[in-house]
Design a protein. Sequence first.
Length: 250
Amino acid sequence: MTERVGIIGVPPLETIRRLRDERADVVDLDATTPNINVEEEARLIPRYYCAVLRTVLSNGLRLDLDRVYADVGRGKCDGARYVVNVLKHELRAPVVETRNEDSERRGNPVCVSSLPLVEKFNKIVESVKLPDGAAGDFPASRPRCGFWGVPPRDFSLLELFPPETHVFGWARCMENKTPADMDLELEFDPEIPTVFFAQSFCAKNSIAYYLAHLHPMGFYVDGDFDISASTRAKVEAFLELNGVVGARRS
């Protein structure tokens, strides 16, 4: 019988390979699931908390899971570790803590490809469940702008960017399967205008804010469950002022 296994963060490659060999149905608990209302877990977690971690908790409690593997190493946050402890108390299914210390960079063809940015992030998120990464041929593009950070819960933010947007930050670490690779996470391209993003209430806001000020063409934003009209307008204005949006529309 096929087991349904939830994963949190980016578990070690060894764990993902074992789940593949077991033919497990792997579910990414960080990803939004239709028809699951995170407000139902408000008794267990503050409303003013990382939207992704509230999603993790709701998915873990509402989906029928046989096991959960959670990365609680340096590549994940303290908030996730605390949520994992809540799940351990609330779930009957075993919650296994893992620590992804993998250091071999496996490449980032999706991050630098010419795919639309939403599609890039969909493939990066999906690749977490695949031991060999995203399948396909991804020709590299010449970058016109950059997006640094984590996958936003609201992907509508990504629709504002042209396909020639290169991905940096923890999202690049995800594709490389090295979530604890701080050197890789801090990389950016100073030659292209770059939006530095972090999820609201996430500790990564500090480094996103700082790097945006180091970058000669950097712009910092954060976002909660939904990207506000104000944030969208600011990002659109930033891209337009740097000639990105205008060039895309011509």
